[in-house]
Design a protein around this ligand. Sequence first.
Ligand SMILES: [Zn+2]
Length: 250
Amino acid sequence: MRRHTKRTNMTNNDPIYRLKKSKKSKRAPKLALLGVLSLLVLGLVFYYNLKEVRVHVEVQPLMAVSGRPLEGKTIVIDPGHGGKHPGSIGQLGTFERDVTLQMAKEMEQELLEKTGATVLLTRNQDETVDLQQRVDIAAEARADLFLSIHFDAFTTNDVEGMTTYHKDSHDQPIAQAVHDRLMEKDFDTRDRGVRVGDYYVLRENTVPALLLELGYISNEKDERRMRSLDFHKEASEAIVEGMIDYFRER
Ligand SMILES: [Zn+2]
């Protein structure tokens, strides 16, 4: 009986029940509003995050283009001599074949880091590579530029300086661009200018070709400079800037 009484008491008409119900119904819209607002905020956050991701993805290729100025170009770097052919030998005991290789490797790194170019070396160790093989590498790769690295020598030790040689008048502008950037560095040596050179790797090349004489190994001041990593870095930077100057206008 007591149970029954209790049950009959718990009807919708029970004042306590009604009170509770009315409180609940007043709170419900507020909760719903809060829910909708939180969903809206979450939605907005999600939307802007997506937008940010999309913007990020769209911007990246643009940055890649400006940060890779020689993308799509193939550059062949030719460290002069090597193996059976030591090239010239300096008073301090420098072998031309060694400094040309060190210089070429520094240039390869500079090109890969800053330009997006494809880089090929005609040799990457102290080995004998004949001149026709070097030229063939450039032809097979359909290179955009072949760049041979050398250091000059003379019978007297007072001759110093840097010379940029090119194949023909067609290659004069790129020779000039590279040479100008080298001279901007003020290496404390003579500017021996840009000239046409009758060297095998220029004459027989089927692609644009330069030969750089980056100092006289027979001159002590030039020899000391060409042995330093600082010089390899500075000169590489200049040569690569020259290439960028040239190809930017093509
Ligand atoms: Zn040489």
